[in-house]
Design a protein around this ligand. Structure first.
Ligand code: FAQ
Length: 270
């Protein structure tokens, strides 16, 4: 299939991304398909807030990754699966504490190699929290974890804070994300939706977001599968009075780049 998706012309693949440890940890539920559109919800907890109580925008990564990937996966060849290659997030508002968030997505383009989808995350009142564009690449073979639809057990104890959830450590002027075997996707590589907030967090922890600014947008490219301890380096590109930009690079233990992100911060004041 080339170009815009003609839903009537395709046989939709209904196998869902299984509810693994990342989904459980990030409070996801209700992943599903309605025709070719996908949806899912997230119940943010205290672990989704920064030290000052503000919502940590990057925490939406697992929700968006699953829902937007699912929209593309509905159009896959039955013998193929997909990995995320790019994500573009625009953040509009900070959700109210205790409110459930809903993501919904539609595939826009699918071809033999992969596809792109667009989605929106809304709060309980229907207000836009973020818009997201996703690109994924089809890969050979459906992972056994998908076929089995194995569900990760419910967590007995939820992380009490964002720091506990992500477990980032500072190492000089970089951050380290220590390997946790549980944070993988069905292919057994680090879940792209987990790497996403770690890069945002690293940029914030290393001071790239000026005081008084919010994370306005984030674009990420997943260049190689990530595994092992990941080193995150951050470079400030611009630091203005109302607007700032930074890039964050995730390096694997072999020194190769696993993911690269561009972040924009903006002031909400005058
Ligand atoms: C495969 C491709 C997308 C294509 O890259 P291209 O540039 O066109 O191709 P190229 O061949 O030039 O390879 C470039 C480099 O990549 C390496 N490599 C390639 N294939 C493999 C392989 N099979 N295994 C190992 N390595 C492989 C290859 O050796 C080379 O490295 P080198 O330069 O020799 O050191 C690559 O960018 C990639 O794996 N990105 C990371 C994607 C990712 O991890 N996304 C996040 C997880 S998805 C998720 O969680 C969301 C989700 C949840 C549930 C459900 C669905 C979604």
């Amino acid at each position: 299939m080339n170009g815009p998706v003609d839903v009537d012309a395709v046989q939709l693949q209904k196998l869902l991304i299984p509810h693994g440890r990342p989904e459980e940890l990030f409070g996801l539920s209700g992943l599903g398909l309605s025709g070719a559109d996908s949806f899912g919800t997230m119940a943010p907890g205290p672990w989704s807030r920064e030290r000052d109580g503000r919502f940590a925008a990057g925490i939406l990564g697992v929700l968006a990754d699953n829902v937007l990937a699912q929209a593309v996966l509905a159009h896959r060849h039955p013998d193929m699966w997909a990995v995320t290659t790019e994500f573009a997030f625009d953040f509009f508002s900070s959700p109210v504490e205790g409110q459930e968030l809903t993501a919904s997505a539609t595939a826009l383009v699918v071809d033999a190699g992969g596809g792109g989808s667009h989605g929106r995350i809304t709060d309980e009142g229907g207000g836009a929290v973020a818009d997201v564009t996703f690109w994924g690449r089809f890969v050979e073979g459906v992972p056994q974890a998908v076929v089995d639809q194995h569900r990760a057990p419910s967590l007995e104890v939820r992380p009490g804070s964002l720091a506990e959830l992500l477990g980032l450590e500072r190492d000089g002027d970089q951050m380290v994300f220590r390997e946790r075997g549980e944070l993988v996707n069905p292919l057994g590589i680090m879940h792209g939706g987990v790497l996403f907030p770690t890069l945002e967090r690293a940029a914030v922890e290393l001071g790239a977001r000026p005081e008084g600014m919010v994370t306005a947008s984030m674009r990420i490219n997943y260049l190689r599968p990530a595994s092992g301890d990941i080193l995150i380096a951050v470079r400030q590109i611009h630091r203005g009075r109302t607007f700032a930009s930074a890039e964050a690079t995730a390096l694997r233990p072999d020194g190769k780049v696993a993911a690269w992100a561009l972040l924009t911060f903006r002031s909400t004041g005058r």
